[in-house]
Design a protein around this ligand. Structure first.
Ligand SMILES: [Cu+2]
Ligand SMILES: [Zn+2]
Length: 201
């Protein structure tokens, strides 16, 4: 919710004439300032409760292939792309492949229903950081000794609203093994141990 000054003015103008007309018919003198004050107070309260960090899409990662892995990802629009923050628990210590997959369907027990890596530009699998790679390729999630991992990454050129790089409704998938950033078609990262569909927040 945005809180521009103009909406406050519009709301006050919309409410005041109604209340003034009713007050006049009932022969009660209603000060115009009261409904205006009520409207202003209401709008200020609404503005005060608006979160400062807005997430435009979310994915809840649920276990797959019998794992105990779960987590979440928040995605917001940035200039030139999107930013993704993921937080995951229940992993084995070390690196785990982490990708955007083509189909937002996590219904299969092994998450195979999410299909392959999201690849709208027809590239080979590769490293997110340099050279050709799938649009859905990201860095490995690296879990600590407690099985927790976090990743914060800018995905430039990606969208959650339009175009062929739109990831809304697709899936985030975590793998049992590290992505080697080379092997085709998916970095030899093993079975799928968590999956979540990217949805509007
Ligand atoms: Cu994957
Ligand atoms: Zn890939």
């Amino acid at each position: 919710m945005s809180c521009p000054l103009i909406s406050e003015t519009t709301e006050t103008e919309r409410i005041s004439p109604l209340l003034t007309k009713k007050g006049a018919r009932m022969n009660i003198q209603t000060p115009k300032a009261i409904p205006a004050l009520i409207a202003t107070t209401f709008l200020m309260a609404a503005c005060a409760s608006t979160p400062t960090t807005r997430h435009d899409a979310v994915a809840t990662l649920s276990p797959a292939s019998g794992s105990q892995v779960s987590g979440s990802a928040n995605i917001r629009v940035i200039p030139g792309g999107i930013h993704l923050d993921a937080s995951v628990a229940g992993l084995t210590q070390g690196a785990h492949g982490f990708h955007i997959h083509e189909v937002g369907d996590c219904s299969a027990a092994d998450a195979s229903s999410a299909k392959g890596h999201f690849n709208p530009l027809g590239k080979p699998h590769g490293s997110f950081e340099h050279g050709d790679h799938h649009a859905g390729d990201m860095q490995n999630l690296v879990a600590d000794a407690d099985g927790k991992a976090a990743l914060s990454v800018d995905l430039l050129g990606m969208s959650i609203s339009e175009g062929n790089t739109n990831i809304m409704g697709r899936a985030l998938v975590i793998h049992a093994d590290p992505d080697d950033y080379k092997s085709q078609p998916a970095g030899n990262s093993g079975k799928r141990i968590a999956c979540g569909v990217i949805k509007p927040s």
